[in-house]
Design a protein around this ligand. Structure first.
Ligand code: FAD
Length: 318
């Protein structure tokens, strides 16, 4: 069976959930082979095997220590060429997309971004994309060379196989001068919130313009539920919450088990980032707000009253 390469997204060996989604998807198209770049593979081995990586290509090189895209693209290109892979899957993050674009150029093939599914039709990988804020579903295919595909986070549910890594191959990569020309001179980690990562959280509590700039009740409810906090663009553009937490067409895509939209009207661009959430709960003081149309449960009321009541009730039951 042809190998489908999956670029492992990790920090010092801690594998992100998006990689497990890619491995799950890769199994539909061939034999998943993970590509682990950088240090920490020992910490990642079991997880990769458990989610179906039959083989892992490992590249440990000083050029990869700074998490830069150029050396990653070079390493991935070398492995894709030598392995004769049938496709390469990466996460649809800004970094994943940049590596994908560079990789496709190096391979002389094509790139498809933001896929939500892949299937194999007549031995060719065919992707599904959701475009124009979910208004259209597109099927697309790379017509020459090795398809390079980025997949949206939360598009598939990761499924463990209970397996283990069968083969490990250490690869020595000959990096070009370009790979060492850039370096990171400073790194300022975002202050830790103690909350789960927005795109990986199983519960997300989001606030919009209806918060009036006061996110305290949104954060308190999120903390009571062990949830991540999200925000609408109106809240972000008003400077009330950082852009990293924006949900929607020009923000992050989330697909949690439970999404609470608080003081958010439900514009199509917001819905594009959360419409695949399994259960949607709405708190809005306007009973005519469009977001109620997609709600599984809705509360008509002022979020500054409703959210503290919900938080207190959840804490009582803990
Ligand atoms: P509003 O639409 O103003 O809604 C506020 C809601 O809060 C209202 O329904 C109101 O009834 C309710 N409310 C007010 N006070 C209270 C209260 N005290 N208690 C309870 N409810 C209350 N938007 C995104 O979110 N994400 C995106 O990624 C995004 N990308 C965009 C890209 C483009 C190209 C464009 C043109 C727009 C984009 N937008 C995006 C903006 C989008 O069109 C909306 O303007 C935005 O989502 C509105 O945010 P909101 O729902 O918080 O604000």
């Amino acid at each position: 069976m042809a190998e489908i390469l999956v670029l492992v997204d990790h920090v010092d060996g801690a594998v992100r959930k998006t990689t497990l989604e890619l491995l799950t998807l890769a199994r539909r198209a061939g034999e998943p082979a993970a590509v682990f770049l950088g240090t920490g593979f020992d910490a990642a081995r079991d997880t990769l095997g458990e989610y179906g990586a039959a083989k892992v290509y490992v590249v440990e090189a000083p050029e990869l220590e700074q998490y830069l895209v150029v050396p990653k693209a070079e390493a991935l290109a070398q492995i894709a060429q030598s392995s004769g892979a049938a496709g390469v899957l990466l996460t649809s993050s800004p970094e994943g997309k940049e590596i994908a674009a560079r990789l496709a150029v190096k391979l002389g093939s094509g790139v498809i971004t933001d896929a939500i599914d892949i299937t194999v039709v007549a031995s060719e990988i065919v992707t599904t994309q959701s475009v124009f804020a979910g208004g259209y579903t597109v099927t697309a295919q790379v017509t020459r060379g090795t398809p390079v595909i980025t997949v949206k986070p939360n598009a598939v549910t990761p499924e463990a196989t209970g397996g283990s890594v069968g083969a490990e191959e250490k690869v020595a990569v000959a990096f070009s001068d370009a790979a060492t020309k850039a370096r990171i001179v400073d790194r300022k980690p975002r202050a830790a919130t103690g909350r789960p990562e927005l795109t990986e959280a199983s519960i997300v509590v989001s606030g919009g313009r209806g918060t009036g700039g006061d996110f305290a009740p949104v954060e308190a409810l999120a903390d009571a539920l062990g949830a991540a906090v999200g925000a609408s663009r109106a809240a972000v553009d008003s400077g009330w919450y950082p852009h990293a937490y924006q949900v929607g067409q020009t923000g992050k895509t989330v697909s949690p088990q439970l999404y609470l939209a608080c003081g958010i009207s439900g514009a199509i661009q917001h819905r594009a980032g959360m419409q695949t959430s399994k259960t949607i709960v709405v708190v809005n003081k306007d009973p005519e707000a469009p977001i109620f149309a997609m709600a599984d449960f809705g509360v008509v009321g002022d979020l500054h009253t409703v959210l503290p009541q919900a938080t207190a009730e959840i804490q009582k039951r803990k």
